[in-house]
Design a protein around this ligand. Structure first.
Ligand SMILES: C[S@@+](CC[C@H](N)C(=O)[O-])C[C@H]1O[C@@H](n2cnc3c(N)ncnc32)[C@H](O)[C@@H]1O
Length: 274
């Protein structure tokens, strides 16, 4: 989120929406940036619960469920194969600040997705590839062969390839870029994803863990750019979205308030000023 706040109008593409485990927090966080933003999600099987959850969120607008609201859309879902979507985006000269690749987990698809994704990237664009370190890193999964996809006409059928797995496709992309793209693993001890960045434009990266947090997903990845090379990056727009703890429940009054935790009634100290 901190990275996305560099942009006047952040634009994100997620390949593979599924149940929206990424979509929902991502869209919520983008709405906190107080500016125009757009998230586009692509899946060969769009589940209705995700647009429904988005539609319930105040200040986040999805034209599929709220067609008559006269504001710019924030969230658009497409039921389409990622390879077709990416080809259309290239034709329409669309660029994204962040591209999340988490669709079909096989060498054939990821290799093609990366080849196309590079063409819709700006100099500062980051590409996040999921399953770089899990089972499908070294094995091929084709959703066309998964339960529930038997009749899915959008799914890619198994292809004959010389390599298998997501990791091989990502490593090959980085290697073939002749030093243009760099790879860093995600946050945490055994992250399942990796982040691709452009070496010429990224000066440094730092993982900031806000105080009083233990979960790694609370950390922010700070990315520092050579702004001469990326006119789209505006450091004045940078916004920190650190988790801030605020004491829940009623505030203490002058007489000393009571509050209840797990059925216990506790008395505030009179001089409590938290
Ligand atoms: C692992 S799930 C995505 C999880 C999601 N990104 C999250 O964070 O919760 C993979 C999704 O990719 C979709 N998918 C598979 N092949 C695809 C393709 N070629 N294009 C678009 N979506 C695809 C599947 O239908 C599935 O919903």
């Amino acid at each position: 989120m901190q990275y996305l706040s560099y942009f006047k109008f952040p634009r994100v593409l997620e390949i593979g929406v599924d149940n929206g485990q990424t979509t929902l927090p991502l869209c919520h966080n983008m709405s906190l940036l107080d500016r125009q933003w757009l998230y586009e999600g692509v899946d060969i099987r769009m589940k209705a619960n995700v647009p429904a959850a988005i539609a319930s969120m105040a200040t986040i607008f999805c034209p599929a469920t709220e067609p008559n609201i006269p504001v710019h859309p924030n969230v658009i879902f497409y039921e389409i194969n990622s390879l077709n979507f990416l080809q259309d985006a290239i034709k329409n000269k669309i660029k994204y600040n962040l591209i999340l690749i988490d669709g079909d987990h096989n060498y054939f698809t990821v290799q093609k997705e990366l080849e196309l994704a590079e063409r819709i990237a700006l100099p500062s664009t980051l590409i996040v590839c999921d399953d770089y370190n899990t089972r499908w890193a070294n094995e091929d999964l084709y959703y066309a062969e998964s339960n529930g996809y038997e009749k899915n006409k959008l799914a890619t059928p198994r292809q004959k390839t010389s390599k298998v797995g997501v990791k091989a496709a990502v490593d090959e992309f980085v290697q073939n870029s002749n030093g243009k793209w760099g790879l860093t693993t995600g946050l945490g001890n055994e992250p399942d994803y990796c982040i691709l960045y452009q070496k010429e434009t990224v000066l440094d990266m730092n993982v900031h863990i806000p105080p009083d947090t233990s979960a790694v997903f609370m950390a922010s990845l700070e990315v520092y750019f050579d702004t001469n090379q990326c006119p789209e990056v505006n450091e004045n727009l940078l916004k920190h979205l650190d988790y801030k703890y605020e004491r829940p429940g009623p505030r203490p009054n002058k007489q000393g308030a009571k509050y209840i935790i797990g059925g216990d009634v506790r008395h505030e100290q009179e001089n409590y000023n938290g």
